[in-house]
Design a protein around this ligand. Structure first.
Ligand code: UDX
Ligand code: UDX
Ligand code: ADP
Length: 466
């Protein structure tokens, strides 16, 4: 089966970049990305490529090449579904905020709505591809909805989880370590798998395209993120031990990472991991394990989250403690708000929780982030509902200039590892601050030796104080 038209539902961080790369690599396939959010679609269609709704290095070039040729962004969901032979589901699956499984299980409302919409809009057979991160056995629910439409249309469901990381999405898509495709072990299932394999084979070496059953594919996505997050929590747990001994976490990480069985990547101690996936996927894993009565398995993975919460909390407590146990009315500068560098995404960013704790102590926070706007910062903090919007507005500001953020502050905290922070004129920043001037490097990116020579008191993750 040869695919000539693809529809992708959801023009977010996953759907947008993924479809842009498919369109770039497969010029003979028409790719239409649809979303109910009109403003988002308008931004994807903006002539000025700087205004794309998702910031990813290299994405503007890919979109510029394919858009209008074989890549289209539209709000006409039904029309795009109808003409496509293959429909990707890339809608968001946030953690439930109500009812059974609240705070842990994924809210599948949007997936179900999507499935019902596909069922209603289809008058020919289709392959439906789950791209969103979903709990294990979601494909079954989607299949159940699609196979009971009564209009004789046949659907094949594939699971094709996304492994792209934000900030490197284009690179991850163009040079994937692996592509994973799960499908049914029937002749029709195999044909559907092959159709999707043929698309990726345009640019991914065949041996890197792994095919499995649907359940393995769904579970692998959750597990990949859980194991990655576990590495960060493991190194962060050790960072606290380093701070009270004479050990240095960066030296420890280098030493253990040199063991080829462990590997050096993803061992960077930090103020805590964030992002839309890690916490959500682990909570999901915990929820599923508990629902099968596997208490030890659930507790084991839950500890990864607890450790991460602890790391964020103790970073905030360290700031308060070192400012003589009171930050009330004191200006504290935040460099970075995004959950990692090279993205404008702030979902679950450690910065939000550190800020919330400092706001509880009535600190005045001034944020500079190269890519995150004031409105987003306010909406992130208001979402926690810890205090009223007015109070958040009064205590938390964001400025367009990093030197402005640091001026007259008691302390500077690094929350995101943006490269440009390293290049700043730290002497100039020091001169503009109240003394003793303190730096809390939540990402261990600055030259601490040099900062101490300037006169700063430096607090880093997993390092002895002086
Ligand atoms: C992750 C997975 O990497 C990706 O494969 C999956 O598809 C989606 O989830 P993402 O959340 O975009 O990607 O970013 P990632 O690079 O994994 O970082 C997640 C968080 O961990 C960030 O807050 C990052 O700062 C933090 N982190 C990462 C560390 O603190 N230390 C590290 O060594 C690595
Ligand atoms: C270990 C360390 O590998 C070594 O570097 C250190 O110096 C001493 O401790 P050892 O205990 O001899 O070495 O064997 P190792 O190969 O690490 O295996 C330890 C246990 O883990 C074994 O029981 C092995 O069967 C088990 N294992 C290992 C697994 O169950 N699964 C694996 O994937 C790997
Ligand atoms: P992700 O990181 O998973 O891509 P995002 O929130 O960035 O998550 O993107 C998901 C997109 O899916 C949003 O733009 C949202 O408007 C869109 N969406 C959700 N439900 C539907 C639906 N039923 N039809 C079309 N678009 C949808």
């Amino acid at each position: 089966m040869k695919i000539s038209k693809i529809c992708c539902i959801g023009a977010g961080y996953v759907g947008g970049p993924t479809m842009a790369v498919i369109a770039q690599k497969c010029p003979e396939i028409k790719v239409t990305v649809v979303d109910i959010n009109e403003a988002r679609i308008a931004a994807w269609n903006d002539e000025n490529l700087d205004n794309l709704p998702v910031y990813e290095p290299g994405l503007d070039k890919v979109v510029g090449e394919a858009r209008g040729r074989n890549l289209f962004f539209s709000t006409q969901v039904d029309a795009a579904i109808q003409e496509a032979e293959m429909v990707f589901i890339s809608v968001n699956t946030p953690t439930k905020t109500y009812g059974e499984g609240k705070g842990q299980a994924a809210d599948l409302k949007w997936i179900e709505l999507c499935a019902r919409q596909i069922a209603a809009a289809s008058d020919s057979d289709k392959i439906v591809v789950e791209k969103s991160t979903l709990p294990v056995r979601t494909a079954e629910a989607v299949k159940d909805i699609l196979s009971n439409t009564g209009n004789g249309v046949k659907f094949q469901i594939l699971s094709n989880p996304e492994f792209l990381a934000e900030g490197t999405a284009v690179e991850d898509l163009q040079q994937a370590d692996r592509v994973l495709i799960g499908g049914e072990n029937s002749p029709e299932g195999k044909e559907a798998i092959q159709a999707l394999v043929d698309i990726y084979a345009h640019w991914i070496p065949r041996e890197r395209i792994l095919t499995t059953n649907v359940w393995s594919s769904e579970l692998s996505k959750l597990t990949a993120n859980a194991v990655l997050a576990q590495r960060v929590s493991s190194i962060n747990a050790l960072s606290e031990l380093c701070e009270v001994t004479e050990a240095d976490i960066d030296e420890v990480a280098r030493a253990i990472g040199a063991d080829s069985r462990i590997g050096g990547k993803f061992l960077k101690a930090s103020v805590g991991f964030g992002g839309s996936c890690f916490q959500k996927d682990i909570l999901n894993l915990v929820y599923i394990s508990r629902s099968y009565g596997l208490t030890e398995v659930a507790d084991y993975w839950e500890q990864v989250i607890k450790m991460n919460d602890h790391q964020k909390g103790r970073f905030a407590r360290k700031i308060v403690k070192s400012l003589y146990n009171t930050v009330s009315g004191k200006k504290i500068a935040f460099l970075g708000w995004a959950f990692k560098k090279d993205t404008n995404d702030t979902r679950e960013s450690a910065a939000i929780y550190v800020a919330d704790q400092l706001l509880n102590e009535k600190a005045q926070i001034s944020v500079f982030d190269p890519k995150v706007k004031y409105q987003q910062i306010q909406s992130d903090i208001n979402y926690l509902q810890t205090r009223g919007k007015e109070e958040n507005g009064a205590l938390l500001e964001s400025v367009a200039d990093p030197y402005e953020a640091c001026k007259d502050s008691h302390a500077v905290a690094i929350l995101t590892e943006w490269d440009e922070f390293v290049q700043y004129d730290w002497k100039k920043i020091y001169d503009s601050m109240l003394k003793p001037a303190k730096i809390f490097d939540g990402r261990n990116i600055l030259d601490h030796e040099q900062l101490r020579e300037i006169g700063f008191r430096v607090y880093a993750i997993g390092k002895p104080l002086e």
